[in-house]
Design a protein. Structure first.
Lengths: 201, 201
């Protein structure tokens, strides 16, 4: 079983990464193979909306996202971690989210992967980020299990939040427990899109 | 197996009820006992924040919500329905949501019930309502089914939207299929509080 944590923070060793590592420790303790992926130093370009992926389910942009696609597809559980920048998720997180619109084939999809969320913020915007990430996971037909939201401004501030660290370890353990349940959505009954009355009637 | 549809619309036979009935009809065809509950004409008072429900799971406000609590607790699956007022769910839908704060008790809660959403809108605001419901459903440890949303002017217009009607039928069938899977979240990993670094460290 593989649990992947994706840190969308531009900081190494920042609060987002500290919490993701805490969650991964919890997952590892319960027997999962874990990996932390950080966007720091990576070249991940925005989606070009070329729709080449509609046919192939494969994104044509050859950058570091290709490696991350493989990691995400291999993982049984994914914890998305982002700091709050300008009252919502960091653009690095939104970029990854948008690039995953190419994962639309049954053979290349995020469906049934267990989802977790870590959001850190210095001020306002936690809830916007959490709702966006939950909604994203629900529409990808992932199984979201829990989130951690923590306020901290400087690097390492979250280390002093004892209950937070414990809850974050538990998020990792919950991910493992839910992956083991091998839940599968009835995908044949869950077609896209979800909004009608636009160009889809 | 019981599937309950809750309409948060003040209209008895509007778009929201039309959507819910389409989904409930399909659930019934797949063997479920179904019921539509509409807030229309009901006396549902807002939560008064007394926290009297803490430890009991019971709300002291003696209004029509008492009957709805029992219907919700007795259901295996709940489809929440709302029209969009002021770019979000209606006050009636939010009132029902707020009153379910009382259902946070080990013996009286919504955990592991399957939850679907339908929302209908004339202009803007669909996605905010859907995100709010996603967040609510996941945090109450309900199992999210898919969500169907539509832009529509009238029930007649809605009924002509073939793909939308099909998606609603699929949602009803999904509800039944998901209830049959008897999914139970691992209960040992408690969720909440919402954020750390506030009054919770």
């Amino acid at each position: 079983m593989k649990i992947l944590a994706i840190s969308c923070s531009p900081r190494s060793q920042g609060n987002t990464e500290i919490l993701l590592n805490e969650a991964l420790q919890g997952a590892q303790q319960d027997g999962a193979e874990v990996e932390l992926y950080s966007v720091v130093g990576k070249n991940i370009a925005p989606c070009l909306a070329c729709r080449a992926c509609v046919e192939e389910g494969v994104c044509v942009q050859k950058d570091d996202m290709q490696d991350l696609f493989d990691k995400m597809l291999e993982a049984d559980g994914i914890i998305l971690g982002t700091p709050v920048h300008v009252y919502t998720m960091a653009s690095q997180c939104k970029t990854i989210m948008e690039r995953t619109t190419s994962l639309r084939n049954p053979e290349r999809s995020l469906a049934n992967k267990v989802g977790g969320i870590v959001v850190t913020a210095g001020s306002l915007g936690c809830i916007g980020a959490v709702k966006d990430l939950y909604f994203y996971m629900a529409t990808r037909r992932m199984l979201p299990v829990n989130y951690i939201a923590a306020y901290g401004l400087n690097k390492g501030d979250v280390k002093s939040l004892e209950q937070c660290l414990k809850a974050t370890r538990n998020l990792g353990r919950l991910m493992v427990a839910v992956v083991k349940m091998n839940f599968r959505y009835p995908l044949e009954l869950m077609g896209m899109p979800i909004g009608y009355g636009t160009w889809t009637k | 197996m019981k599937i309950l549809g809750i309409s948060g619309s003040p209209r008895k036979e509007g778009n929201t009820v039309t959507m819910l009935n389409e989904a409930l009809g399909a659930a019934q065809s797949d063997g479920a006992e179904v019921e539509l509950y509409s807030v229309s004409g009901k006396n549902l008072q807002p939560c008064d924040g007394c926290w009297g429900c803490r430890g009991t799971g019971e709300c002291h406000i003696q209004d029509d919500m008492q009957e709805l609590y029992e219907k919700m607790l007795g259901a295996d699956g709940i489809i929440f329905g709302t029209p969009i007022y002021f770019w979000g769910m209606t006050a009636q839908a939010k009132t029902v949501m707020d009153r379910t704060i009382a259902l946070g008790h080990p013996e009286r809660n919504l955990a592991n019930k399957v939850a679907g959403v339908v929302a209908v809108c004339g202009s803007l605001g669909l996605v905010d309502a859907l995100k709010d419901f996603s967040y609510y459903i996941i945090q109450r440890r309900m199992l999210p089914a898919f969500q169907v949303s539509a832009y529509a002017g009238s029930p007649d217009e809605l009924k002509k939207m073939e793909k939308c009607m099909q998606a609603l039928k699929d949602l009803g069938r999904q509800m039944v299929a998901l209830v049959k899977m008897d999914f139970k979240y691992p209960a040992e990993f408690v969720r909440g509080p919402g954020a750390f670094g506030t009054h919770t460290k």
